[in-house]
Ligand binder design. Structure first.
Ligand SMILES: NC(=O)c1ccc[n+]([C@@H]2O[C@H](COP(=O)([O-])OP(=O)(O)OC[C@H]3O[C@@H](n4cnc5c(N)ncnc54)[C@H](O)[C@@H]3O)[C@@H](O)[C@H]2O)c1
Length: 354
């Protein structure tokens, strides 16, 4: 039996979910809701069998709907999660699960006390490359895990382009890497020091590097910035993890098409190149469909709590950057040029639909 789902928010992410749900054949998309008329028009074309609506209420009132997909922006999520819990729907949520940390913890309480299944799209956890690296580490191949180095710099979302409720780059995107480090460390953060720069003289740092320790002694550094050559003729990016143990190392890098994993362990050396897999929404939806159908939550599914913890530390690292010297380099007019260029780009890093 196909699982009946209602999707709320049909922007960049909502469209990815629809595509994967249609491809898998395991879902019946009964509703698509968006407040924007153009997005609803597109939804009608892409999913003629769905009911396309402007007001989300019908989704929560329809007893046939088993799962809601919450893919609008962070400011509407808490209310939607409350309605989902009240109406007994399972929840697939985008991150962050609300627009302030207090509301995120309320959402954690709500979902953990409810009967229904819930998960959040911390997509890196569902990637084949991080699964492969974690397995290698678990086999003891690199000895004891000691150093986590994570970097993600792209000419991506510029300030003022959207996602304002999601926070500056280090929160909106960086919370994935804050989550990833914690997931690898298997432990909570203990100490940190964050350095930022107010690129183009924008009021918030759009590049941050944070380093510190976990309670189990593992050290980390995370570098995240959507400041990577937005005005270069041919844009590029730099994204990697570099994981160092007492005996071996594991690392990966990708170009958004192919991911390359190098594993150098005490017994084995592997070089693996496979398609990147984008946001792994197919994996998330499959794991969730399995969980709904069996009634048993797949342990690989990220918890709403994981998202709240990552969000809280991403905000904290941002706050920490504000307490240190925070230089500004460049001028706001460069940022205007960047926005103008991105407005006209058809193919680029992290472009939101027009
Ligand atoms: N997990 C990830 O890797 C990842 C990547 C990108 C975005 N996201 C998250 O997904 C969410 C959506 O991001 P996006 O890039 O698709 O943004 P987007 O701006 O492209 O799409 C958001 C859509 O939601 C609609 N919307 C806004 N408020 C609404 C409401 N109350 N009810 C119904 N529709 C509403 C908008 O009209 C828009 O079509 C964000 O919270 C973002 O943080 C997560």
């Amino acid at each position: 039996m196909r699982i009946k789902v209602g999707l709320i928010g049909f922007g960049r992410m909502g469209r990815c979910y629809l595509k994967e749900m249609q491809k898998s054949g395991r879902w019946d998309v009964l509703y698509i809701c968006d407040v924007d008329a153009d997005s609803r028009e597109l939804a009608k074309r892409l999913s003629p069998e769905s009911k396309i609506i402007e007001n989300e209420q019908a989704i929560f009132e329809d007893e046939r709907v088993q799962v809601v997909g919450l893919f609008a922006l962070a400011d509407s999520r808490k209310e939607q999660i409350e309605k989902a819990i009240q109406s007994g729907k399972h929840i697939i949520s985008e991150k962050p699960v609300a627009d302030t940390i207090d509301k995120e913890w309320e959402v954690v309480d709500l979902t953990e006390n409810g009967e229904n299944l819930s998960t959040v799209n911390l997509y890196l956890r569902n990637s084949w490359y991080h699964q492969a690296i974690r397995q290698f580490i678990a086999q003891g191949e690199i000895g004891e895990l000691a150093i986590l180095r994570i970097c993600h710099m792209t000419p991506g979302l510029a300030p003022g382009e959207g996602h304002e409720y999601e926070g500056p780059a280090f929160h909106d995107c960086g919370m994935h890497y804050v989550d990833l480090a914690r997931w690898y460390a298997g432990c909570e953060y203990k100490t940190w020091h964050a350095q930022g720069i107010n690129m183009w003289n924008y009021k918030e740092p759009w590049w941050i590097q944070c380093h510190g320790t976990f309670q189990n002694g593992i050290v980390f550094d995370i570098t995240q910035g959507f400041v990577y050559g937005q005005l270069s003729k041919d844009q590029t990016h730099n994204s990697y993890v570099d994981i160092i143990g007492t005996k071996g190392i594991a690392r990966m890098t990708h170009d958004f098409k192919t991911a390359v994993v190098d594993l150098h362990g005490v017994h084995h050396t592997h070089h693996i190149e496979k398609p990147f897999g984008d946001k792994n929404i197919d994996v998330l939806c499959d794991l969730f469909a399995d969980s709904v159908q069996t009634g048993i939550r797949n342990p690989q599914l990220p918890l709403i709590r994981d998202s709240a913890v990552a969000s809280e530390y991403a905000w904290e690292f941002l706050r920490d950057a504000h307490t240190h010297d925070l230089p500004a380099i460049g001028e706001l007019k460069i940022l205007e040029q960047i926005r103008e260029r991105r407005k006209n780009m058809k193919n680029g890093y992290g472009l939101l639909p027009k």
